[in-house]
Design a protein around this ligand. Structure first.
Ligand SMILES: [Zn+2]
Length: 140
């Protein structure tokens, strides 16, 4: 349920950008797209608009996507029941529900490549990064 204030905010956004033009309507458009194997549409760049570097736009986009895509109980990557982040797949922040998925923080980091950077910049003996991962996950 959106408050009146939120509703006004969304209405004002709608007026500025035609960012809802590609969105399929329906109870759960993401899942029907996935059923047809179109989870990873080709990156033609057609829908690529400059959302990067625009934090206000990105936050609004995330919030808006959260309304479009129902949050599942489990991570879509590892299937574990955890707190989930809404993750962008192409990292182009498309206004397309098929370009977003819910991941736990660990899978999100791995997919974004942050995990690799994290590991490559931290030289650990043994397997102590597992503890860091657990800490990260417990922070949620
Ligand atoms: Zn996961």
């Amino acid at each position: 349920m959106a408050t009146l204030k939120q509703q006004k905010y969304w209405d004002s956004l709608k007026g500025k950008k035609t960012w809802n033009k590609d969105i399929k309507t329906g109870p759960n458009p993401t899942h029907s797209l996935r059923m047809t194997g179109k989870k990873f549409p080709s990156h033609s760049g057609k829908n690529h608009e400059n959302w990067k570097g625009n934090n206000v736009g990105l936050i609004a986009l995330h919030e808006w996507m959260r309304k479009q895509i129902k949050e599942p109980k489990c991570c879509e990557e590892c299937g574990k029941e955890k707190k989930l982040d809404l993750a962008n797949i192409s990292q182009e922040y498309k206004r397309d529900v098929s370009d977003w998925e819910y991941l736990c923080r660990r899978c999100h980091m791995i997919k974004d490549g942050r995990m690799e950077r994290f590991l490559s910049t931290h030289r650990f003996i043994g397997n102590p990064y597992q503890k860091r991962l657990e800490k990260l996950e417990n922070e949620r």
